[in-house]
Write a protein that binds this ligand. Structure first.
Ligand SMILES: Cc1cc2nc3c(=O)[nH]c(=O)nc-3n(C[C@H](O)[C@H](O)[C@H](O)COP(=O)(O)OP(=O)(O)OC[C@H]3O[C@@H](n4cnc5c(N)ncnc54)[C@H](O)[C@@H]3O)c2cc1C
Length: 293
């Protein structure tokens, strides 16, 4: 069984600096870092274990290549009915097979294909919304208790980018917040060295963590919160439907739209029911007749 060569699209984004050197970004960077790649070598022996008349091993001789996610979902679906013989749906008709799964709401077979994204240039507001999606998702997020100082960056809201005064105020605010954060950090470290019981913690990393967990109180929602998000195809379809919609907040809408573009490049078939619609504000949303599979 041949699968298409997997590839890993990304959308990078520029890092800006205020005159005082505070770093910020204007939109999300999205990088696909991992995906499920099936290997059918071991399946041959399994298929050979059935009556020869069924011709099950021929299943693996299908010459039409599918992308890894669709190939795996189709294999999972066909296992349900032991549909490996000559009368099965062949890879050339995988579009019909997928359409049937999606339209009948039997989306559990899409849960086998996982995709892992790195999202950067996203604010704490965005990640707070993203992590509300629990089913089929896993997250690892930059810790504000461990990471701070020179790694701190901010994300400018699209509304602020469009107005000179709001943009200026944004730059002034992040300079101020950065300085305030540094002041709190040094003051708390100083108090710790003086032996005052303000921050406790025996190990150095533990002390630093306790200093930062207090100092982060001054950070705004526009602080960057880098996150790794892994989700299966079914979960990503749901998130895309919910978040690349006109009801969704604009920052998450634009970021998840990039996730959608990456996934569609990797597996066009799995998103063939999605249509892109342009909104009056210049952003894009996606629509499908099958929002919940
Ligand atoms: C435009 C918009 C506005 C929002 N506004 C608010 C708001 O004001 N306040 C707020 O708190 N949240 C808000 N949310 C978040 C929203 O309520 C959901 O928590 C979030 O979108 C996660 O989606 P989900 O519930 O489908 O969960 P997911 O984890 O993405 O789950 C996918 C699906 O699995 C099923 N599922 C998951 N978990 C369970 C479960 N425990 N029991 C049964 N079925 C389950 C459901 O069918 C669910 O739709 C908003 C979301 C959007 C898109």
């Amino acid at each position: 069984m041949k699968i298409k060569e997997p590839f890993y699209p990304s959308y990078h984004t520029k890092v800006y600096q205020t005159k005082k050197g505070t770093s910020y970004l204007k939109e999300a960077g999205v990088v696909l870092v991992a995906q499920s790649i099936p290997d059918y070598l071991g399946v041959r022996k399994f298929l050979q274990g059935f009556n020869k008349r069924l011709e099950f091993p021929d299943y693996l001789r299908d010459r039409v290549e599918l992308d890894p996610a669709v190939s795996l979902s189709k294999f999972a679906g066909q296992t349900c009915y032991m549909s490996f013989g000559p009368k099965r749906t062949w890879n050339k008709d995988a579009d019909r097979y997928l359409a049937n799964i999606v339209s009948s709401g039997h989306g559990s077979v899409l849960e086998h294909a996982n995709f892992t994204f790195l999202l950067y240039g996203v604010s704490r507001s965005l990640t707070h919304e993203l992590v509300r999606h629990r089913a089929g998702m896993g997250y690892s997020q930059e810790s504000q208790r461990y990471v701070g100082g020179p790694v701190l960056r901010f994300v400018e809201r699209p509304e602020f980018q469009k107005d000179r005064l709001l943009h200026q105020q944004f730059e002034q605010r992040i300079d101020r917040v950065f300085a305030e954060y540094e002041n709190y950090t040094s003051k708390l470290e100083e108090l710790q060295k003086e032996g005052l019981d303000i921050v406790s913690g025996e190990k150095v990393t533990d002390q630093r963590k306790k200093v930062r967990q207090a100092a982060r109180a001054v950070l705004t929602n526009e602080t960057e919160a880098i996150i790794i998000a892994t989700g299966n195809l079914r979960a990503w379809r749901h998130i895309i439907t919910m978040r690349v919609s006109d009801h969704a907040e604009i920052e998450i809408r634009k970021a998840i739209f990039k996730v959608f573009l990456c996934l569609r490049k990797v597996s066009l078939l799995a998103f063939s029911d999605y249509k892109i619609v342009n909104l009056a504000d210049g952003t894009k949303v996606v629509k499908t007749d099958y929002p919940k599979v």
